[in-house]
Design a protein around this ligand. Structure first.
Ligand SMILES: Nc1ncnc2c1ncn2[C@@H]1O[C@H](COP(=O)(O)OP(=O)(O)OP(=O)(O)O)[C@@H](O)[C@H]1O
Length: 176
């Protein structure tokens, strides 16, 4: 066998046979060990119990990634009758934003009502981007009537940045 490893000489038929037998023997041993391991595991975790999964690790070493806020919550109902409107929060170029309550959950939301125009696709794209950011308002749902598009947004109770800045500069702790 040593000859075969160092090369240079050919293995004899007898040596090949011994080598094969040794390999078969090793295979048998390993198979035996594996079946013992699996029966031990079955004893630990009977079939009706799920074995705990090892925590999945992503690139960069972080454990399972957190779902973003908008995904984590259930989608809001997709009809206007499910919302109780309280007041107008502000107006934009294509419509208005109203403070509303999702009646079934008593949750305050900002309901953005826009005329159906091609430009509202920009809004759609912006909300898609905002969904991945922890610093921007997320959308819970969107639905439409014949003439209008409705976006149900996270209510930002602090007001707009320009309103806050009317009173002068504020400390970093306020921003955080
Ligand atoms: N999620 C929200 N929570 C609280 N108030 C909001 C929210 N979204 C909008 N508002 C208020 O409604 C106003 C109008 O918002 P909207 O997004 O329609 O227009 P805009 O972004 O200010 O302007 P434009 O339509 O030209 O982009 C805002 O200035 C803000 O005061």
């Amino acid at each position: 066998m040593t000859l075969a490893i160092t090369g240079g000489f050919e293995e004899s038929a007898m040596e090949r046979k011994y080598k094969k037998l040794n390999i078969l023997e090793e295979d048998r041993k390993m198979a035996g060990e594996r079946s013992q391991e699996s029966s031990e595991l079955q004893m630990k975790w009977p079939k009706h119990h799920k074995r705990p999964r090892s925590p999945q690790t992503f690139r960069g070493g972080s454990k399972r990634r957190k779902r973003c806020r908008a995904q984590a919550r259930r989608p809001a109902p997709l009809k206007i009758s499910s919302y109780e409107v309280h007041k107008v929060l502000g107006r934009g170029s294509f419509g208005k934003v109203m403070l509303a309550t999702l009646t079934s959950r008593k949750q305050l939301v900002a309901l953005k009502v826009l005329e159906k125009r091609p430009e509202i696709m920009k809004e759609h794209r912006a909300l898609k981007i905002a969904g991945g950011s922890p610093f921007l308002c997320h959308a819970y749902a969107a639905f439409q009537s014949k003439l209008q598009a409705f976006f149900v947004l996270e209510y930002a109770s602090g007001g707009s940045l320009s309103t806050v800045m009317e009173n002068g500069p504020f400390p970093t702790s306020t921003v955080m």
